[in-house]
Design a protein around this ligand. Structure first.
Ligand code: ZN
Length: 246
């Protein structure tokens, strides 16, 4: 049996942490809800966050990242979001606080999960991609990632290009496609998070967070439609149920 420790790093306001705890308890996991690992007012942390913002989605943050390289304007600007962070560097910093505060909880029996409102990404072959989750120590699970990472319907992007070309207000676009994607502070996020937390547990047990069944809440959803169909409903295939020992 594993002990799950959940930390809250300013996730979406809609998150009902008690409901998440109750859900996890149905699996006989030991779950403990904790406050944030880091005081949001911590100056060292906020300075650090400033240094791991992704300035250019086509340029990976250097291993030896330093202020000098980060404040230089990129010659190769891609799409840039406000407050989009390098996930691995964020994870490393949180790990240092985790081990400082809970040095005895580095065992395989412990699964530390930080629910965060921060949007983070990882660098693929060519560019950064926003992520919902990042397994590791601690695991990161982003409520902003649920909104931003899985793609909206194809029609949305066609319409968006048209709206932009014609200088129209994009908020109207969101109204047109309302219901086809998860919104910030949506009440659906709590249930969706439950499925993603189970993916992290599955990863701990098997080394693989995702199930290949597109009927299962452990499926790796690349589309918002799948998140709304699978992660929100939390239905699980027999194999995954066995893995989690319901
Ligand atoms: Zn499954």
């Amino acid at each position: 049996m594993i002990n799950i420790y959940i930390y809250q790093d300013e996730p979406s306001k809609s998150v009902d942490i008690d409901r998440i705890s109750q859900f996890l308890n149905t699996f006989k996991f030991e779950t403990e809800i904790r406050d944030n690992l880091i005081d949001p007012a911590d100056k060292d942390f906020s300075d650090y966050l400033g240094s791991i913002k992704i300035k250019d989605i086509e340029v990976p943050l250097d291993k030896r990242h330093n202020a000098e390289t980060l404040i230089m304007p990129s010659q190769n600007s891609g799409e840039v979001r406000e407050n989009f962070y390098d996930g691995f560097w964020l994870q490393r910093k949180l790990a240092s606080y985790l081990y400082l505060n809970y040095p005895d909880e580095k065992t395989d029996d412990c699964l530390h999960i930080v629910l965060t409102g921060k949007l983070f990404g990882t660098f693929g072959t060519r560019r950064y991609h926003a992520r919902v989750l990042l397994a590791g120590e601690p695991c990161l699970l982003s409520t902003s990632g649920i909104v931003e990472a899985p793609a909206r319907p194809r029609e949305y992007y066609f319409a968006k290009a048209k709206f932009l070309a014609e200088g129209m207000d994009l908020s109207e676009l969101d109204d047109v496609f309302k219901g086809s994607f998860v919104e910030y502070d949506s009440p659906l996020i709590t249930d969706i998070l439950c499925s993603y937390i189970l993916q992290l547990v599955r990863y701990r047990y098997t080394g693989e967070p995702f199930c290949s069944s597109d009927k299962c809440c452990m499926y790796n959803s690349h589309w918002q439609k799948d998140v709304l169909d699978l992660q929100y409903k939390k239905d699980m295939c027999v194999e995954c149920s066995k893995i989690l020992k319901i």
